[in-house]
Design a protein around this ligand. Sequence first.
Ligand code: GAL
Length: 356
Amino acid sequence: MKKFLALLLSLALMATLLVGCGGGEKETGKTGDTKKVEDTKKDDTKKDDAKKDDTKEPANSKTVKVGITIYKFDDNFMTLYREELERYFKEELSNDEVTYEVTVVDGKNDQAEQTNQIQTFIADKYDVIIANLVQSSAASTVVNLCKDADIPVIFINREPTAEDLDLWDKVAYVGADARQSGTMQGEIIYDLENHGDLNGDGKVSYVMVIGDPENVDAQYRTEFSIKALTDKGIEVEELVAQRGDWDQAKGQEIVAAALTQYGDQIEVVFCNNDAMALGARQAIEAADRKVGENIYLVGVDALEEVVSYVKSGDITGTVLNDHIGQAHTAADVAVKAVNGEQLEKNYTVDYVKVTK
Ligand code: GAL
């Protein structure tokens, strides 16, 4: 009996050792045991996955290369836009499965330079290109380059023509309808008690500070801000209309010269963007004029600084150009393109009127 017990004990010990050494499948040849071992393996894998989740290690993640070119870095609005675009790709779209590797380059306001940058993205086999063109008229060249290389291209901010967008199905435009922003500028003036006619002579005499005449944003804002007034039966008189290249210093120069030349005749200063409106505000202050009392001033973009001037009454109003909405839409459309999804031609984000 003792011997039998001893035998049982040593058999049990051997069995424990066999299971303990973990290489049991082949030795035992029993499916039941094999399953257990596999289950253990699966559990280990699960643990590994959990570890990955904790540390956000992109170990087996796919990398998508995104090439972004901005018409020039030295532009207030496009700086906010590109920073949000980069942040959104890196912080919100990248995850364990896919890492967006984003390269943003400065087109330096030079189309030849920007076309080279796009060719470099193509040579370096980027997966998608986001382009804020220096000249919208370069769109067809850019589409054809991208089409030959089969790399989708998403245009932002500067709208290409419908024909250019129709050249290929992996092309789209993300922007805002500049007609809307112009109309809102005109409405801000119309909504004033005197509809902008400060001196009561029956017409609104204005200065128009234009962004860049080749850009549809500038064309539409210039046209539709005035149309919003004339459509409502307001008579207008253009005193000065000059190009300020979206630039604060140029806005200041243009408005300072206009104030010297036309003085009190100027009732409204329309600026195609806020950077130029900031310059105009400086010129207005230097000329001892007071916004809201003897002159009105409107911009577009809703830069933080301008919004605080709107609050304090130093700028009559602006229009929110939603760089966050546009940046997110541009990135989401780029991801769709990379995933081979069907694209629409145009994706537009609404403007919003900003007054005190
Ligand atoms: C406009 C914006 C301007 C300037 C321009 C560049 O939409 O209002 O401030 O950034 O784009 O194309």
